[in-house]
Write a protein that binds this ligand. Structure first.
Ligand SMILES: Cc1cc2nc3c(=O)[nH]c(=O)nc-3n(C[C@H](O)[C@H](O)[C@H](O)COP(=O)(O)O)c2cc1C
Length: 193
């Protein structure tokens, strides 16, 4: 059966390198037969920027955010997918703020019991990451990778990543680097297989 993959865009630069390599991965995944969707986390409307930590999602049986805005409605559809790919430039050793708001709302998709461990509607899926950075892997981009790999492990997901350090080229031009373009396409095919 075709893999259902959703790519969540976190870069505010529509013409930037992160979205450009992500577009190649999406195209390759589609060509490999995957059912591909995308969410632009930078344009979602919200009542509150991020999670209030109200814990109401933890106290109900539903795996949903009670804030009831477009951000909550969008996070609620994530369990429909087999693979959830975050796409972000590295900002201050981390995700962009726009994407972090989205990630924090994903708290409602798991129940964090004190004794019983974690019960998550994401369990068994794959969480993945596409990221670009102006600087190196070491002590920089690798820190972001662990910030998505560790939660993936905690909620019972597998993990994969496609990372582009040292992307010191003008916006959108990373795809003209043949090795970078093939790396993105190969990642898309891998996610779809
Ligand atoms: C606010 C901001 C923070 C950044 N922080 C980092 C950083 O911590 N480490 C790094 O290597 N590059 C950093 N960069 C550079 C971007 O990660 C890099 O240029 C990225 O490829 C831009 O992606 P885009 O073309 O999709 O916008 C930062 C850029 C901005 C605008």
């Amino acid at each position: 059966m075709a893999k259902r993959i959703v790519f969540v865009h976190g870069s505010p630069r529509k013409n930037g390198n992160t979205r450009a390599v992500t577009a190649l991965a999406m195209e390759a995944a589609r060509q490999q037969g995957a059912d591909v969707a995308e969410i632009d986390a930078t344009t979602l409307k919200f009542k509150v920027a991020g999670c209030l930590g109200c814990q109401k999602c933890q106290q109900s049986d539903a795996f949903a955010c009670v804030l009831g805005d477009q951000l909550a409605d969008t996070v609620a559809i994530l369990p429909e997918y087999d693979v959830i790919v975050l796409s972000t430039p590295l900002y201050w050793w981390s995700f962009t703020a726009q994407l972090k708001i989205f990630i924090d709302r994903m708290y409602c998709l798991s129940k964090f019991g004190e004794d019983d461990g974690v019960l998550s509607v994401l369990s068994g899926k794959k969480l993945a990451l596409i990221a670009t950075a102006g600087g190196p892997m070491e002590d920089n981009l690798e820190l972001l990778e662990s910030q998505w790999r560790n939660p993936a492990q905690m909620v019972g997901c597998s993990f994969d990543s496609c990372l582009f350090p040292d992307t010191v080229v003008p916006a959108g031009e990373l795809v003209n680097d043949l090795a970078a373009a093939e790396k993105a396409r190969s990642f898309g095919r891998r996610l779809a297989s």
